[in-house]
Design a protein around this ligand. Structure first.
Ligand code: SAM
Length: 304
């Protein structure tokens, strides 16, 4: 029956019906994979939130479930109000890490790279809960000239990224206003200038760092001066995990030996970031480990 009808359909109509069927099939497959991605994203999100809401996280600081709920609301709200290059879930993850630092460990949190202060506002809310200061170090006039003229390899994303001097500029006044409006300005201290000068004499105990500075040279300049201030076991998060040219820094044995007289610490999340969204994230971390026996659990792998 269908075949006999098909005989009477003019050729051009048949052709467009065929094209339409093809397009519909592609749309069906795309929709299916979009739905799967969404479901997977939701599972990951719930997993990260579940960890954050674990009653043991923040217990030492007396952080309640209600406080955590209010914080998550702010983590979601602030990026809609202040331009930021990060995802709200990154902060849920980092807050989990910060709330888990022992109260006995004295020291502050440092953020290198604040742009308009969106990330700073969120970090300041986290710092307030644990009674630590947030040190915000930035030029407040954007990034300096990039030495990497060939472009940055984002291999996992098939992207070649370029930066220009002055990008991500935010004035101190703008940053302070945004933190004042959405965060806790009282816990913030500011270090103004390019890191090669501004952090040279930096001396303050630190327990956590968030570096979002885009360039390899900026990473070198900031790490060189803050490293000795970080306590043993500290987490150093960065927002440049997909940038292979920047990530290489954490594995550059020559640089680490010459500048900090230690082995390169490596980087967790190199090339594709921590599993915070299904395809990639720009968040990754390293740790300052002086006494591995004290920080890590000992594990003897099977032998044969
Ligand atoms: C991508 S933005 C930070 C984004 C911010 N964390 C957010 O999520 O909204 C990079 C920041 O790093 C700062 N920066 C980069 N290199 C620097 C350097 N060598 N000295 C001082 N500031 C620097 C820039 O001024 C800019 O504010």
């Amino acid at each position: 029956m269908a075949n006999s009808i098909r005989k009477f359909i003019p050729k051009p109509v048949k052709k467009s019906l065929l094209t339409m069927t093809k397009v519909l099939n592609i749309a069906k497959v795309t929709l299916k994979s979009w739905r799967r991605r969404k479901v997977l994203g939701k599972h990951i999100q719930n997993y990260i939130l579940e960890k954050f809401f674990d009653p043991n996280i923040g217990k030492e600081y007396g952080i309640s479930k209600q406080t955590k709920t209010d914080l998550v609301k702010m983590f979601r709200l602030i990026p809609t109000k202040v331009q930021t290059a990060t995802n709200w879930l990154y902060y849920v993850h980092m807050a989990t890490v910060i709330f888990n630092i022992s109260k006995k460990q004295k020291g502050d949190v440092i953020e290198c790279g604040c742009w308009k202060g969106g990330s700073s506002a969120i970090l300041s809310l986290i710092c307030k809960e644990v009674g630590r200061k947030l040190i915000i170090a930035d030029s407040f006039e954007g990034i300096p000239e990039d030495d990497d003229k060939h472009g940055h390899f984002y291999t996992h994303l098939s992207v070649l990224g370029y930066y220009e001097k002055g990008m991500y500029g935010g004035s101190m006044e703008e940053v302070k206003n945004n933190i004042g409006q959405y965060g806790k300005i009282k816990v913030c201290q500011f270090v103004k200038g390019f890191y090669k000068d501004s952090l040279k004499k930096f001396k303050k105990p630190l327990v956590f760092a968030f570096l979002d500075v885009d360039l390899r040279s900026s990473l070198e300049d900031s790490v060189k001066y803050i490293w000795s201030n970080l306590s043993d076991g500290s987490f150093i998060y960065t927002d440049d995990s997909c940038d292979m040219d920047v990530v290489k820094f954490w594995f550059d044995e020559n640089w680490w030996k010459k500048n900090l007289k230690q082995k390169a610490p490596g980087y967790v999340g190199s090339g594709c970031g921590l599993p915070i969204t299904p395809e990639y994230s720009s968040l990754g971390y390293t740790r300052k480990i002086k006494n591995a026996e004290k920080i890590f659990k000992r594990k003897n792998w099977f032998n044969g």
